[in-house]
Design a protein around this ligand. Structure first.
Ligand code: CUA
Length: 370
């Protein structure tokens, strides 16, 4: 099931990328994902071995003891507690195999073997959980650690950048997470705090970490770090409603200088472009601003910083729209604003029935939010 969904996601993501995205858990890019891969292989080997032994015995028995000659009429055993009388027949002619009633060694063996297997699985799983979820430190200067609060919403991801290298950040973005990569043997750990605003979601970027649920009223945590820059894609892994399959994830792992310049840019309020003043005015008159925030505009007040919808301050710095399902360019942006339901049926953004002129203005303004 999740395989099918992933295939679909890969196809959808391929829309914007030249190459197909790698989402294999067998190709980890972080020590945490590597631990999970190793555990997966071990569990697969143990359970695969058990499968082969059981099926082997089954097939051996089916062929070795299959009924040869046509059987006589079956006589039901009147009292199962009393073994049927042993009739001595010439070897190989009896239709019934020898019946065994109770065997201590066999019973001990089939109790002990599964117990041992379960115990081994329990130990390795506990070790892996230990490895991938180390203690979560408090942010402090020089830790090179990024702290982000991820909020799952129907059907997009809100990222609140809390701290980086001990420095408080306090801006919000959506759907495309940026993280620094380690260098010179130094880790740049990423600590995610996972929460939900509505229903259960699950944050899953297969090459970076395992799945962790975002549950209403509960806070979960996730930690990973990678030394390989690149784009990592993922998918919400917990059914969360109509557009669950279109709740995609993108993680941009960047060299630390590049990441830091992205941070500095995102922290800035929206640039005020002279040539789109009129368009900005048109945009701020629409209902868009009741849910979306553009930092630095006159509609940006503390009361409005409630984030019902993605922060648009640097909308055009994102490669995709609608949580990763369409490329962010002039045409798709216009289609998306005109009728979101046509692209993502059931999403909370309605079509506002803008006139073509208003639509042109809104899009012209949004395009300046770099
Ligand atoms: Cu969010 Cu499935």
């Amino acid at each position: 099931m999740s395989g099918v969904i992933l295939m679909r996601s890969m196809l959808l993501l391929a829309v914007g990328e030249s190459a197909r995205q790698n989402v294999s858990i067998f190709d980890p890019a972080s020590p945490q994902a590597e631990s999970i891969r190793n555990l997966g292989i071990l569990v697969l080997a143990i359970t695969g071995g058990i499968f082969l032994v059981v099926e082997g015995i089954l097939f051996y028995t089916m062929f070795r003891f299959r009924r040869g000659a046509p059987p006589g009429p079956l006589v039901p055993n009147p009292d199962p507690k009393v073994p049927p009388p042993v009739t001595v027949e010439p070897a190989g002619t009896s239709p019934e195999p020898p019946q065994v009633y109770g065997s201590k060694p066999i019973e001990i063996a089939w109790t002990a073997a599964p117990t041992l297997v379960v115990l081994i699985l329990l130990l390795v799983i506990t070790r892996t959980l230990w490895e991938i979820a180390p203690d979560r430190p408090e942010p402090h200067e020089g830790d090179n650690a990024l702290f982000v609060t991820v909020i799952g919403r129907q059907w997009w991801w809100e990222y609140r950048y809390d701290h980086y290298n001990g420095r408080p950040l306090g801006f919000t973005t959506a759907n495309e997470l940026h993280i620094p990569v380690g260098r010179d043997g130094k880790d740049y750990p990423v600590y995610l705090t996972l929460q939900s605003a509505d229903v259960c979601h699950s944050f899953w970027v297969p090459r970076l970490a395992g799945k962790t649920d975002l549950i209403p009223g509960r806070t979960n945590h996730m930690t990973f770090h990678t030394a390989t820059a690149g784009l990592y894609v993922g998918q919400c892994a917990e059914y969360c409603g109509t557009q669950h399959a279109k709740m995609l994830l993108r993680v941009n792992a960047q060299p630390s200088e590049e990441f830091e310049s992205w941070l500095r840019h995102e922290e800035q309020p929206a640039t005020d472009v002279e040539t789109v003043r009129e368009d900005k005015h048109v945009f701020l008159k629409q209902s868009c601003v009741n849910c979306h925030l553009v930092r630095g505009t006159e509609k940006d007040t503390p009361a409005r910083r409630r984030e019902y919808a993605p922060d648009l301050t640097h909308l055009m710095s994102r490669k995709t729209l609608a949580s990763g399902i369409i490329v962010n360019d002039v045409k798709t942006l216009r289609d998306w604003v005109r009728d979101p339901q046509n692209i993502k049926a059931g999403c909370l953004m309605p079509a506002f029935g803008l006139s073509d002129r208003e639509l042109d203005s809104v899009v012209r303004y949004l395009l300046t939010l770099r």
